[in-house]
Each structure stands twice: as C-alpha cells, then as structure tokens.
Ligand binder design. Structure first.
Ligand SMILES: *Cc1c(COP(=O)(O)O)cnc(C)c1O
Length: 423
C-alpha cells in the first residue's frame, strides 16, 4: 500500500526523491549542445534536469534540488502530479486533437467547469499565455467598437509600467522593459502606459476611446509586486465610471498561487475578463484561456478568431483535472498557510542583506540590498545549496515553489536562502 501525502504524492518517493536515469554524458555536454543548437534567448542556470516529482527535480548527476521557480507557476501542483498525469495518459488513449472544425466531447465540460470555478460566464480556450492576452486585447477592441461605439481602429488600452504580458509583437509594443522591446519595432499602437499603483494617473488616462485597462493584480516579472491597498478596487471603480473593461492578467498570479483562486479575490474585485494560463496546463502542456462576461466574450462571431490547438481534447482533459484540484480549495489553503510561514521567515532577513520582501502566499520577491550580490550570483549560490530559483531583474529573486511543497522541504530551502543571503 502506497502512503500518499495530501498532494497525492507518495510519501516514500517524496523523501527518496525522483528516480534518476544514469547518464554517461555530463551536464557540460548537454549545455554545450544547447549552446550550439538552440537560440540564446535565455540565460539558464547551469543545471541539466532529467526528472521531477512534486517539489523536487534531479539532474544528470543524480543531485536533487527543490524547484523554487515551479515553471514560473506553471507547476503549481508540482512535477507529475498523479491526478494530472493520469488524466493525460487516459486521454492519450482516446483522442488528442480534433481542431475546432468539429466538436469533441470534452470542450463544453472544460469550459463550463472553468467558468463555474472562476465565477464567469464564458470561456475562450487558447494555448499559451501570450495568446490569451492577445485574445483579450482583440476581444476588448471588438467590444469597444461594437458595443461601446468607439470608432474602429481608435480604441485604446491602458496598461501599467513594469508590466509583463508575454512576448508577441503587440504585447512587447507596450512593454516598458527595454530588453524585451528594443529592436522589435515597428510597434502596435493603441496602448497607454501609466505607473503601476497610481490611481490618479489611471483615471487621468481614460478617454472616450478607452476600451480596457489591462493589469496584473500582482506584477510577477517586475519582482512580485503587490499594489497599494485599495488600488485594484479603485481600478474597478474607474472602469465602471467610464464604461471601460477591466482585464486582469492572472496567468501567473491566478490558480491558487497567492492563496486565493484569483489574486483579485483578495480585494473582492471582479474583472470583466481574466487571462489564465501557466498552471491551467498542470505543467504538462500549454493551456490558456480568456474567461469572463458573456456580454464581452459574446461579441466574437465565427471566423473572427481561432487557434488550431486551442481547446484540444488533451488540453481539456488535463485542464479539467486541474480545475478539480482547484475546486477542492486545498492548494489555496496550502499557499495561504505555507505562504504565511515563508513570508514570516523571509521578513527576518530584512536588514541582513535584504532590502525588502514583497509578494503574497507562496510567492515572494526577495529584493537584495544595494551593494549586495546580484540576483544571478545569489541564484547560483542557492543552486549549489540545492535550491533552484531565478532572478528577475538585477537584484530580485523570485521564490515560487510548487504549492505541494511540504513544510519540512520549505524549511530546508529557507535555511539555504538564509545562509546564502546573510553570509
Ligand atoms: C508568463 C506570463 C504571460 C505569458 O505567458 P506565456 O505562456 O509565456 O506566453 C503573460 N502574462 C503573465 C502575467 C505571465 O506571467
């Protein structure tokens, strides 16, 4: 009889760690092949992962690490969660792709369950996060034109300084990160950037042509930044006053990461549209969606938008298993409880090499004090201590372990983090 933890992961294997295939090639061999044959648009840590289970991964040499990045929150349920793997394997034996030219037997159930989970009315399934954001932008523009009466081609969308919404040409057009934007022009017009957290600036930017405000309830890439209290409710009120849509990009902040299903739930605020992604695919395949009000998503007519893979049977099968995990509330509770512990421990580092801790739930930005090591150096030191995470910008570490992590494993990582940051 296999004893399983509350996350469904066998307790035995959690302590033993994942099985590791023996390889004759070293990490350097794999890294050299990557360097030669794959484009250099990332700067990964020099670790070569071969297996993962729960919060743990193992490398080619059989060394184990706690995964404190969790696929940028795509792995909220850990590596190879048994319920998610079972759903995928089961569906692989039935049908994986039909395209939307035909109906299949899982699309309706996936959309209904996702709408019911999120308290919304309609679902537009896509694949990657950037596609969900692109789709939300298109829907908001179409809504502004057809419903609000904004002349076609003139709609504006207000976004926040420091935003991260993906990598397409339109999305990088309104990025304020020059590394992500410079050189990729000409850029898509129709976006207005205001400072994050500044309600007066937001209200001042709204015009009769404004279709939507697009905002991350917590800015992940910017350093896990939580806006000032009342800001998100204020954005909602500003949108209501001017007949403007509120689009919440919850691709990283949503699906239990902050301790609520959606990060906006902390403020009791509802968006007109939400973009979801990352954890919606259970760390198995890309699954994203725009969910929201029928009065908005309902503007789309046949042929106006689409995706070959969006809403495919395999994605729906895994997505439904993800929804079932989230419906239990267990992962939200884990994030709240373990997140409180994480933040309490990290707070003790402030003044000891750490300038500030930001974030919510099992998600933290560790802002290294000026004059200290870079985020990259810190991430490399943590890797040597068996904890994998990644810097965001020069001097901020983003900590986002899988929500299945145990308190003991969290403490193991906290000890390493404390040693590395305070030495
Ligand atoms: C990751 C992310 C995206 C883009 O998702 P991809 O799947 O990488 O295209 C968009 N918005 C936010 C907030 C994200 O964190």
């Amino acid at each position: 009889m296999v004893r399983r933890g509350s996350d469904g992961v066998p307790v035995e294997s959690r302590h033993r760690g994942p099985d590791v295939a023996s390889h004759s090639l070293t990490a350097t061999d794999f890294i050299n092949t990557d360097e030669q044959w794959s484009t250099h648009n990332y700067h990964p840590l020099p670790v070569v992962i071969t297996s993962g289970e729960g919060a743990w991964v193992a490398d080619v040499a059989g060394r184990r690490y706690l995964d404190f990045l969790a696929g940028y929150s795509a792995l909220n349920f850990g590596h190879r969660h048994p319920a998610l793997v079972a759903a995928a394997v089961d569906q692989l034996g039935r049908v994986t792709l039909t395209s939307r030219a035909f109906h299949h037997d899982l699309l309706g159930a996936f959309c209904r369950e996702l709408a019911q989970l999120t308290g919304t009315e309609m679902v537009l399934p896509m694949n990657t996060g950037a596609e969900a954001v692109e789709s939300a932008i298109k829907v908001a523009r179409l809504w502004a034109h057809r419903v609000k009466g904004v002349p076609d081609g003139t709609a504006e969308i207000i976004v926040a300084d420091g935003n991260f919404h993906g990598r397409t040409t339109t999305i990088v057009s309104f990025s304020t990160d020059e590394v992500a934007r410079a050189g990729f022009g000409p850029f898509t017009p129709g976006f207005v950037v205001v400072p994050y957290g500044d309600l007066d600036a937001l209200r001042g930017a709204i015009t009769s042509r404004t279709a939507a405000v697009l905002v991350e309830p917590v800015q992940g890439e910017a350093g896990v930044l939580v806006p000032p209290p009342g800001y998100l409710a204020g954005v909602r009120a500003a949108c209501d006053d001017a007949d403007v849509l509120l689009i919440a990009d919850e691709i990283q902040s949503g699906l239990a990461r902050t301790g609520e299903l959606l990060a906006l739930d902390h403020d009791g605020v509802r968006a007109d549209l939400y973009t979801l992604g990352k954890a919606l695919g259970g760390g198995i395949l890309p699954v994203s969606a725009v969910v929201g009000r029928r009065a908005v998503l309902g503007v789309l007519r046949p042929g106006e938008h689409g995706s070959t893979f969006g809403g495919n049977p395999l994605a729906c099968a895994v997505g439904r298993a993800v929804i079932a995990l989230l419906a239990s509330g267990e992962f939200q509770a884990r994030s709240r409880e373990l997140g409180a512990h994480l933040h309490a421990q990290l707070q003790t580092l402030v003044g000891h090499g750490v300038a500030q801790i930001t974030g919510r739930g099992l998600w933290a930005g560790v802002h290294i004090a000026p004059g200290g090591p870079t985020g990259r150096m810190t991430a490399e030191a943590l890797m040597a201590r068996g904890v994998l995470c990644k810097e965001t910008h020069a001097a901020t570490l983003r900590l986002a372990p899988p929500l299945v992590i145990t308190r003991d494993d969290l403490n193991v990582a906290l000890n390493a983090i404390t040693d590395v940051l305070t030495r």
